[in-house]
Design a protein around this ligand. Structure first.
Ligand SMILES: NC(=O)C1=CN([C@@H]2O[C@H](COP(=O)(O)OP(=O)(O)OC[C@H]3O[C@@H](n4cnc5c(N)ncnc54)[C@H](OP(=O)(O)O)[C@@H]3O)[C@@H](O)[C@H]2O)C=CC1
Ligand SMILES: Cc1cn([C@H]2C[C@H](O)[C@@H](COP(=O)(O)OP(=O)(O)O[C@H]3O[C@@H](C)C(=O)[C@@H](O)[C@H]3O)O2)c(=O)[nH]c1=O
Length: 295
């Protein structure tokens, strides 16, 4: 089976690449905007900018992928808020070209998306049937990208993940749990929001789910995240407690006090009932994920 992983230098993409290579049963190609951050064995790396239509065509011609896993994105909401054109070209236009290329080559597209497609006004965990209504530009572009995939691709799965955490490699952006651990280890304080609820996702659980979705016979959206719905502050306290760090350095603040430049959903916990039912998805608990991340 020929697999193409796009965005393979990224936090989630590299974890999926490493996990699938370790299975030793796939023919794997990886691409990213820049050179391979950590060259290894068991895959070929082809540097490609997926905004470039002819570059994408050559990539597909060379790889002839059965499965395409798209983890590439402009995934920093604050940056997207001030760089609309760039966000649109990566999160929407390139995704549309990708969907067409998959259709042309008969590839199944596994496309990563986000809880930020929702407005956060819900009182319950969002299901795949709930109507998106993004409240920041990143969310708008990711929702539009989802729609292009569903419209132009005959064989696809959209995988929505939430606050992804796990070990990062040098050169990758970290995550809020790593930031908390780093600050507390240095004896520094950190302000964390106490009124935004999420279902954080252990990065290894995404590759577990993606591998199952590669051969799953259905199209559609899948919510893939953890099964604990907590505030960002609660995540920070769990890191402090599990690593025996000083929890008094954590200063919980409201969204209003935090004065974030980019609006974020108040509540964007996702329900994983569909993934459990259809692909027997079984995520780590938050405590298990934190322990594995810092082991
Ligand atoms: N991180 C999170 O908490 C969450 C992430 N998501 C979604 O999950 C997915 C993965 O996110 P994450 O792991 O954080 O992503 P990263 O930001 O870590 O990685 C994205 C990768 O995309 C690559 N890329 C960007 N533009 C292009 C391009 N034009 N052509 C080719 N490659 C490109 C970059 O490559 P290079 O490094 O080579 O420049 C980068 O490494 C995204 O779809 C994101 O929207 C959803 C919810 C939460
Ligand atoms: C840096 C920082 C963040 N936070 C909060 C803000 C936010 O709610 C949460 C995570 O912050 P981050 O900066 O990691 O990113 P943020 O932009 O909120 O995270 C999002 O990333 C994109 C890609 C997604 O798709 C979303 O699912 C979500 O995970 O932590 C604090 O409370 N204190 C801090 O010092």
């Amino acid at each position: 089976m020929n697999i193409l992983i796009i965005g393979a230098n990224g936090f989630t993409g590299r974890r999926i690449l490493n996990d699938l290579v370790a299975r030793e049963k796939y023919n794997i190609s990886a691409c990213s905007l820049h050179e391979d951050i950590l060259p290894g064995k068991g895959y070929q790396f082809i540097r490609t900018d997926i905004r470039n239509a002819s570059g994408m065509q050559s990539l597909f011609k060379e790889v002839c992928p059965d499965i395409v896993i798209n983890t590439s994105a402009l995934s920093v909401p604050d940056y997207c808020e001030n760089h609309h054109n760039e966000a649109q070209s990566i999160n929407i236009n390139a995704v549309e070209h990708l969907a067409h290329a998959c259709e042309q080559y008969g590839s199944r597209l596994i496309h990563l998306s986000t809880d930020f497609v929702f407005d956060g006004r819900s009182e319950h965990l969002y299901t795949e049937e709930d109507e998106p209504n993004p409240i920041n530009y990143y969310g708008i572009t990711k929702y539009e990208g989802e729609q292009r995939v569903a419209e132009y691709c005959g064989n696809y799965a959209i995988v929505r993940v939430v606050v992804v955490y796990g070990k990062a490699f040098p050169g990758q952006h970290g995550n809020i749990l790593q930031l908390v651990a780093d600050k507390l280890r240095k004896g520094e304080t950190i302000r964390v929001v106490s009124d935004q609820w999420r279902t954080p996702t252990f990065v290894g659980d995404i590759s577990q789910a993606v591998e199952r979705l590669m051969t799953h016979p259905k199209n559609g959206i899948y919510h893939i995240c953890g099964n604990n719905c907590v505030t960002i502050a609660e995540m920070a306290y769990r890191v402090a407690d599990i690593l025996s760090l000083d929890r008094t350095l954590i200063h919980p603040v409201t969204t209003e006090e935090m004065q974030e430049a980019t609006p974020r959903p108040r509540f964007s916990g996702l329900s994983i009932a569909k993934a459990k039912r259809e692909i027997n998805y079984q995520p780590h608990s938050l405590d298990e994920g934190i322990k594995e991340m810092f082991s």
